[in-house]
Design a protein around this ligand. Structure first.
Ligand SMILES: [Zn+2]
Length: 357
């Protein structure tokens, strides 16, 4: 007797678009004669057309008018920036959207302009507003502008989803896609999500944190500088990765949706900008994260989100990095390569990364 496994995906194709320091990923799944098209994130505002141009031939070949599932890993400008225009383009034909809509972020979107202007006019003196006295390469006004823009993108996206009455779901660990149990959410758990929201405290604190982060990132050395520094030190990349002081990963990043797809018995892991804490909060950690076949390296290859230990658990056969000058730390692909993983980065190839290759 032949037993057909109903949850068997025959085929997977991943296209990681080259959007610099950002994410925009198209996943095509084929099971029996069914096809599923997923868009995970849509890069920066300027990347929307790139997403649409890459999606259209995929949709056409599968006889669809829009992606079945659009997922927003988290609310940062390099992930949701292009999403509003993509949703406007496909409108109500989109099957469903997975995203978190925490009230504090919506409130921040409504209050950011006022609060940021207030800070400009009358710099507060204490603690959380430290960022006002911070002098990176980026002008603090530019950093505020950047944060403000990102909040407006959140608000616009939520408004657009409402406008087209697209089914939206807030995904948590344990959830999977109807008829596609191979597509499931590993994180965040509701408990981890709530704990992260608590740490955001209030709207002014959240805005201050995010602005400080933008300023800090603008101070970081470009990729080439990091690479040569590592080689000069003559350290092994995993040792170097372990030795690097980890900066705080924002709560918005920490609540990134961690999505697992199992195809042909192999695990594909999409991590957004999840942190080491996010991984540790996954149910059944570390067993649930063992033996990954293909890994989207978290947070564009930043050393803040990776460690030799997590790579020893995941042991990815393949790892792709969507990263540019801003986040990618050479010791991250270096350590993976040292452990036998086949690694590619959009920074190196300057092209979309297609898997399998
Ligand atoms: Zn990002």
């Amino acid at each position: 007797m032949i037993i057909f496994n109903q949850t068997f995906i025959m085929d997977i194709k991943i296209t990681m678009l080259n959007v610099g320091d950002g994410d925009a990923i198209i996943v095509q799944l084929t099971k029996n004669k069914q096809q599923l098209i997923i868009l995970i994130d849509a890069g920066h505002p300027g990347d929307a057309q790139l997403c649409i141009d890459a999606l259209n031939p995929v949709l056409k070949s599968s006889g669809k008018n829009a992606p079945d599932l659009v997922m927003v890993s988290h609310y940062d400008a390099d992930h949701i920036g292009g999403m509003k225009a993509v949703v406007e383009h496909y409108g109500a034909a989109i099957g469903q959207v997975w995203l978190h809509k925490p009230g504090i972020l919506i409130k921040a979107a409504e209050q950011a302009a006022g609060l940021l202007l207030e800070h400009l006019a009358d710099p507060p003196k204490e603690n959380i507003q430290d960022f006002l006295g911070f002098h990176g390469d980026l002008n603090p006004n530019e950093a505020r502008q950047f944060v403000l823009e990102s909040y407006n993108q959140m608000k616009d996206l939520v408004g657009t989803l409402d406008k087209y009455q697209i089914k939206t779901v807030e995904p948590f660990a344990g959830q999977s896609l109807a008829n596609w149990p191979e597509v499931s959410v590993l994180g965040p758990t509701p408990a981890f999500y709530q704990a992260c929201l608590k740490k955001m405290k209030d709207v002014p604190n959240l805005i201050a944190q995010e602005t400080l982060l933008v300023l800090n990132e603008s101070k970081q050395e470009p990729f080439i500088g990091k690479l040569s520094k590592m080689l000069e030190k003559d350290t092994d990349p995993c040792g170097y990765l372990k030795s690097q002081k980890k900066d705080h990963v924002t709560e918005v990043n920490q609540i990134s949706i961690i999505l697992q797809i199992i195809a042909d018995g192999k695990k594909y892991l999409f991590t957004g900008d999840a942190s080491l804490e996010s991984f540790q909060a996954v149910s059944q950690y570390p067993d649930s994260l063992r033996n990954i076949y293909w890994l989207k390296v978290p947070h564009h290859g930043s050393h803040n989100n990776s460690s030799p230990e997590i790579f020893d658990i995941m042991k990815p056969v393949y790892a792709d990095i969507s990263g540019g000058d801003r986040y990618l730390d050479e010791e991250v692909p270096g350590c993976l390569t040292a452990k036998g993983t086949k690694v590619r980065t959009t920074l190196d190839t300057k092209t979309n990364l297609i898997f399998p290759y």
